[in-house]
Design a protein around this ligand. Structure first.
Ligand code: G3P
Length: 218
């Protein structure tokens, strides 16, 4: 399973990248706003800065909600860097835009996906990635991981090439569940990725190894 980091924070992206296991980055307008990045030009500069840190796909989301606007914006975003993946919301014009981008060699991430039916449309339009939002479904007492499982099963059954990118991941446990569900990618906050490292037996085992080493080497 590939690991993306879900942030527009350059320090966090650098820290995750230094671990050596980062495969890409996802952003969205809320994450860009959180970093105080405003205006089209600054957003685009920021996407390029992210692409210069990470060797992997970087999702940059369109703001337009109409077909023509998405095509113009997405084409400009894709031209910023070869690793840019155009993130498009799962609405009717978005599906049409994904089909256009697919036909024109531009890679896409279909976002805000909350049902297998939406994921089917994204795959039929040729999306590179589909992003089911795990945490937001859990927030409304639904089951986000179950949706990931259903999409993975559907794509395998029909042979769709679209990769399942589990998004809205909130915890380390979500990452483990994504592995079990067969997600191709999980895009996670840095804290959830770092949580994978934590185990008390690793810490106590390492302390004992070092203590024993010191006993005979001091
Ligand atoms: O990439 C989409 C994801 O960032 C949404 O996460 O935590 O805002 O539901 P969240």
């Amino acid at each position: 399973m590939k690991f993306f980091i879900d942030t527009a924070n350059l320090d966090q992206i650098r820290e995750a990248n230094e671990l050596g296991v980062l495969d890409g980055v996802t952003t969205n307008p809320s994450l860009m706003a959180k970093e105080g990045i405003r205006g089209e030009e600054n957003c685009r500069k920021h996407y390029i800065a992210i692409c210069e840190i990470v060797k992997g796909d970087v999702s940059a989301e369109v703001i337009s909600t109409d077909y023509e606007g998405m095509i113009k914006e997405g084409t400009e975003l894709a031209a910023l860097h070869p690793n840019i993946v155009v993130k498009v919301p799962c609405i009717a014009d978005g599906i049409r835009a994904i089909k256009y981008f697919t036909d024109n060699g531009i890679r896409t991430n279909c976002t805000l996906v909350f049902s297998p039916g939406q994921a089917l449309l994204a795959a039929k339009a040729g999306a590179t990635y589909v992003s089911p939002f795990v945490g937001r479904l859990d927030d409304i007492a639904s089951d986000g991981i179950e949706l990931v499982e259903k999409i993975v099963d559907m794509y395998r059954y029909y042979g769709f090439q679209t990769q399942v990118l589990a998004a809205s991941i909130r915890s380390t446990q979500h990452i483990i569940q994504c592995i079990q569900a067969g997600a191709d990618v999980a895009t996670c906050p840095l804290s959830a990725i770092k949580g994978l490292l934590k185990h008390p037996l690793t810490d106590s085992g390492l302390a004992k190894f070092l203590e024993d080493y010191r006993k005979v080497n001091s």
